[in-house]
Design a protein. Structure first.
Length: 70
């Protein structure tokens, strides 16, 4: 599994760190940027969820809440 933000450019990472410093610090510590829970790769239910984690750093619970269809 790729680490979150790994594939982003240096300038994009710098911008994200400027705009979202606390969230980026959580990602660096292996925590979800929204709820601060420790990320466990075993919690992801499918490849799409794992990919979203690699993009945003969100845990499965936060992904489920964020992308909840109504």
């Amino acid at each position: 599994m790729t680490q979150p933000m790994e594939k982003k450019s240096v300038s994009m990472k710098q911008t994200l760190r400027t705009v979202f410093p606390a969230e980026m610090d959580r990602i660096d510590k292996g925590e979800c940027p929204f709820c601060s829970e420790i990320i466990d790769s075993a919690d992801f239910k499918d490849a799409l969820s794992t990919r979203e984690y690699e993009i945003s750093g969100m845990c499965q619970v936060c992904q489920d809440n964020f992308f909840q269809e109504e």
